[in-house]
Write a protein that binds this ligand. Structure first.
Ligand code: ATP
Length: 296
C-alpha cells in the first residue's frame, strides 16, 4: 500500500523521549526461540516524505538497506535522519502531528499495510536508542525477557534461560553478567546498559535492528565494545545506524547514506552507496565536504 500523506497520529505519547517499552512488541504469540538462525532481511524505503504539522522534514527519500549489512545514516543535525529511522519501524506515527508518504517494505512486505498490526512492524524491526533505557530496578535477566512478558509470549523457564544467554551473548554482554543475572540492570555501566538494551531487542528476534546514535552517551571504550558487537550482530540481523561519528560510520558500516537539509528545505539523500567509496571517492562535493568535516 502506498501511504498517501496520511495523518498517522494515534498515540498520545511523544516520539522525542520514548519510553523503555517503545522498542518492544505488544502482540500476543508464542515464543519462537532464541535470536539465531534468522533469514537475513532487506529493508527498502521508497519515496518517503515526512511532516510534522505543516513542516516538511523529509523529501522523497529512497534507500535500500541490504540484508546482513550495516547501513549508516549520516548528515548534519536536523536533516531528518532520526525521523527517517523512526519511519522504518512505525514510530514516527507516535507523534500526533506527524504525517508521511511513501513506502517501507521489509522483504517486499509493506510494513504500513493497513491490514498489518503496528506491533508486528515493531517486533520485526527493533530499535535501540541514544540513551540506554533498561528498567533500572528490574534484574538483568528480567530486562532481557521483559519484551516477552509485555507481549504475553509464553516460555518455559528453560526456554527463557536459553533466550537470555543467547541474547546476552549476541549483545556481547554474557560473560560480564552471567554470574549476576539477578542483579538490577541499573547497576551496570552505561555501555553495559546499552548492550543490555540490545539484548532486550534481540530477545524478540527482530529482522532489523535500528540504532539511533547508540554510542553518543558512552565513553570511547564502551563505544568500541558496542561497535565490535555490531560487527558480530550483522551476521544475524540487518542493522541501520544513525551516527554523527564519521570514524564510526567507516568502522561499522558497509553502506552509507548522506542526508542533507539545505537552507530550510526538507532533508533528502544527497548520496548513498558503498561506505568505503563514499568516504574515499564521494561523487558529490557536499558529501566530500561533510565526510571531511568541512561543515555540519
Ligand atoms: N516531535 C517533533 N515535532 C516537531 N518537529 C520535530 C519533531 N522531531 C523532529 N522534528 C523536526 O524534524 C526535523 C528533523 O529532525 P531529526 O531529529 O529527524 O533530524 P536529525 O538529522 O536526526 O537530527 P540530529 O542529528 O540532531 O538528531 C528537525 O527540523 C526537527 O526540528
Amino acid at each position: 500500500m502506498t501511504i498517501e500523506e496520511q495523518s498517522t497520529g494515534t498515540a498520545t505519547s511523544t516520539a522525542v523521549a520514548p519510553e523503555p517499552a517503545a522498542d518492544w512488541p505488544t502482540s500476543p504469540g508464542a515464543v519462537q526461540g532464541p535470536p539465531s538462525g534468522n533469514e537475513l532481511s532487506v529493508l527498502d524505503a521508497r519515496n518517503v516524505s515526512a511532516w510534522f504539522g505543516s513542516h516538511k522534514v523529509l523529501e522523497r527519500v529512497s534507500l535500500t538497506m541490504p540484508a546482513g549489512q550495516v547501513t549508516a545514516l549520516i548528515g548534519p543535525s536536523g536533516c531528518g535522519k532520526s525521523t527517517f529511522l523512526r519511519i522504518l519501524n512505525r514510530m514516527h506515527e507516535l507523534v500526533p502531528i506527524a504525517a508521511l508518504a511513501g513506502e517501507v517494505r521489509l522483504d517486499g512486505d509493506d510494513i504500513y499495510d493497513r491490514r498489518k498490526k503496528i506491533q508486528d512492524a515493531r517486533k520485526d524491526i527493533g530499535m535501540v536508542f541514544q540513551k540506554p533505557n533498561p528498567f533500572p530496578a528490574m534484574s538483568i535477566y528480567d530486562n532481557v525477557v521483559a519484551g516477552l512478558k509485555l507481549t504475553g509470549l509464553r516460555a518455559s523457564r528453560d526456554e527463557k534461560d536459553e533466550l537470555v544467554e543467547r541474547s546476552l551473548t549476541s549483545a556481547g554482554l554474557w560473560k560480564e553478567v552471567k554470574d549476576r543475572l539477578s542483579q538490577p540492570g541499573g547497576g551496570l555501566s552505561g555501555g553495559q546498559q546499552q548492550r543490555l538494551c540490545i539484548a532486550r531487542s534481540l530477545a524478540v528476534r527482530p529482522k532489523v535492528l535500528l540504532m539511533d546514535e547508540p554510542c553518543s552517551a558512552l565513553d570511547p571504550t564502551s563505544t568500541r565494545v558496542i561497535e565490535e558487537t555490531m560487527v558480530e550482530l550483522q551476521k544475524e540481523v540487518t542493522i541501520v545506524i544513525v551516527t554523527h561519528n564519521m570514524q564510526q560510520a567507516q568502522r561499522v558500516s558497509q553502506q552509507c547514506a548522506f542526508f542533507l537539509a539545505s537552507q530550510g528545505t526538507p532533508g533528502a539523500i544527497v548520496e548513498h552507496g558503498d561506505t568505503e567509496a563514499m568516504f574515499s571517492e564521494p561523487q558529490d562535493e557536499r558529501t566530500y565536504d561533510y565526510v571531511n568535516g568541512r561543515f555540519g
